[in-house]
Design a protein around this ligand. Structure first.
Ligand SMILES: *Cc1c(COP(=O)(O)O)cnc(C)c1O
Length: 426
């Protein structure tokens, strides 16, 4: 199911003519995934939703699913639903995320707590293995998402580990060369964001895994910006542990629970720090002592957030129908298009891009930089153009292939250009 995303179809200029056509209507008409846009709830007043990398849009099917859930599964079946369905949902949905998006065989992925809490469990569990071998260092890069850095800082203090920072180019991320330099016999765990939340750079997951293993350490990948949009194969790469969000490109809704993948042969050795009854080998034994489940369920702690998992089911259905390879192909076409528009209309206004141009290492958002972005954001939002702002000067255009049209990208970029021009004229 994985395809190397480095093919180079000249989508914007199939015949090799220039200039590249920038007419969004032609691109939408030629887009095989265009019909999927209608499956999403229409957003009144929004002309360009460019933040699918932060919060995916809801599907129409989800409204029916919620109503049915309240009336039947919860309202009528009541407590019986735990036996009938809910107990298995964390692993059932985990397996679907695994097969549709992670390249993971069943039995290795579970849906549980927030990303932050699962990162804590994952990194603590991986660190314990290292500590037993006398390794005390956690490696991460200095541009990692704040919650990852904060969690690691707390774990290091709690367990007397040390933290070593890899300084990265902010328009890229961790490269194999940088990692190789930082690894040492003291490295216990390496934590890497698969796709950088800032630049959109795709880290070389298989090669970083190989290097980490060669150094005798374990790697934890944060998949928040790649799950559901960038193909990968955790199993083929031999990755150790991975954690990712479900409310970004997996459209699970605000606060939808995250997922955790752990390679099967590690399960018995991994001890996560929040021991609870739902992660026990026999949940209803009410036994005096905690014995962890001999499976991925050992990463559960308390009662799973069933309500929060419902919308995710609809998006997984949609991803299955569309196919991740086609989703990736459109993602590249959308970011190519955003680049072309930015070059044509924003570069003359002083806007720079902070995302790799090379398709192979580009995720599904384009980051633009300009000192006036903070100032123009409220104007964009009130006009129904919705990108997001990241300190100190970045606008991210998050392009979600099943819900974003080329027309939206064009309207969004034009609105940014207009706002910048008005500011200069004023
Ligand atoms: C969005 C995101 C998170 C979010 O963590 P939550 O616990 O869901 O708030 C964590 N890491 C990365 C890289 C993210 O992009």
């Amino acid at each position: 199911m994985t395809t190397s995303p480095n093919a180079d179809p000249a989508f914007l200029d199939p015949a090799g003519h220039d200039p590249a056509p920038l007419d969004p209507a032609l691109l939408d008409a030629a887009d095989p995934l265009a019909p999927f846009v209608d499956r999403f709830v229409p957003a009144e007043g929004v002309v360009a939703y460019l933040d699918g990398n932060s919060l995916g849009r809801p599907l129409k099917a989800t409204a029916d699913r919620f109503a049915d859930f309240v009336a039947h599964e919860w309202g009528t079946r009541l407590i019986r639903s735990w036996d009938e369905r809910w107990m298995d949902l964390p692993t059932e949905i985990g397996d679907r995320i695994g097969s549709l998006s992670l390249g993971a065989a069943p039995g290795q992925t579970v849906v549980g707590d927030s990303t932050t809490v699962l990162l804590y469990k994952a990194i603590r569990a991986a660190l314990e293995l290292g500590l037993r071998e006398g390794r005390r260092e956690i490696l991460l890069d200095d541009d990692q998402f704040p919650t990852d850095r904060f969690v690691i800082d707390g774990i290091a203090r709690e367990r007397g580990a040390t933290v070593r920072w890899i300084a990265v180019d902010k328009t890229l991320g961790v490269t194999p060369e940088l990692l190789a330099e930082a690894l040492s016999p003291d490295t216990a765990v390496v934590v890497i964001n698969h796709v950088s939340y800032r630049s959109g750079f795709i880290a070389d997951l298989p090669e970083l895994t190989r290097l980490t293993h060669e150094a005798g350490a374990r790697v934890v990948f944060d998949l928040c910006h790649s799950a559901g949009v960038v193909p990968m194969s955790l199993d083929d790469a031999g990755a150790d542990i991975a954690v990712g969000c479900t409310y970004k490109f997996l459209n699970g809704g605000p606060g939808a629970p995250a997922f955790l993948y752990a390679r099967r042969d590690l399960h018995d050795a991994l001890e996560q720090p929040i021991q609870g009854w739902m992660g026990a080998a026999d949940v209803f034994a009410m036994a005096p002592a905690y014995v962890p489940a001999p499976s991925i369920r050992r990463f559960l702690s308390g009662t799973p957030p069933i309500v929060g998992m419902l919308a995710l089911i609809d998006m997984l259905d949609l991803i299955e129908e569309a196919g991740l390879d086609r989703i990736r192909a459109k993602s590249l076409e959308l970011t190519d298009y955003a680049f072309a528009l930015a070059d044509e209309r924003l570069a003359p206004l002083g806007v720079t891009t902070a995302t790799p141009r090379e398709r192979r290492i580009r995720g599904s958002h384009l980051t633009l930089a300009h000192p006036a972005f903070r100032e123009i954001l409220p104007r964009l939002w009130s006009a129904g153009v919705v990108p997001d702002f990241r300190n100190p000067d970045a606008l991210r255009l998050g392009l979600s292939p099943l819900s974003t049209t080329f027309a939206e990208v064009e309207l969004g970029v034009e609105a940014i250009a207009e706002a910048l021009r008005d500011r200069v004229d004023a």
